[in-house]
Design a binder for this molecule. Sequence first.
Ligand SMILES: [Fe+2]
Ligand SMILES: [Fe+2]
Length: 195
Amino acid sequence: MARSKSKRKTKSARKTGQAARGRAPATQDAIALLKADHRQVEAWFEEFESTRSDRRKLDLARNICQALKVHTSIEEEIFYPAFLEATGDKEIHHEAEVEHDGAKKLIAQIQASSPDDDYFDAKVTVLSEMIKHHVKEEEKRGGMFSEAREAGMDLQVLGEQLKERKQELMSETPQRGGRPVPRRPGRSPAQYFRM
Ligand SMILES: [Fe+2]
Ligand SMILES: [Fe+2]
């Protein structure tokens, strides 16, 4: 198989080439995996809005924060650099990173907080709005994901890399003090944390 595309010169890109030659296709390509993360977090935000239980809110907020930390990390470590290399689109790339930085600051505040804090709900609501905007930017027509597809990025191999890194990060950051919150029937809690 041709080594192809001069854009593949980084360490991760070399790994990409190896994986492309030696492994079966991932079940989820990179965009499907990232979108599944988006849907999961949206479901938790939705549930946060509707529940009145402080215990539930705390569990949901913890799950949201952990999932977003892992999600933003795998995007920044793997998907975003590959996107920048493939497309050269600094504007989309840099804006996405700046939005991540803003979200991470709020995530840190929420993680240091609890429903006893008068501002807890407001912080989670504002994080939800920030993430909604960010996800729209990634998923909209002409946004990062559609541009990535158009640029012919190897989304299957990137999907494998994202999945592997996600598993590593999940095992490094076990949830603290709360059970996972399964949203849909038929999915075990473990599926939310180990893909
Ligand atoms: Fe994302
Ligand atoms: Fe993102």
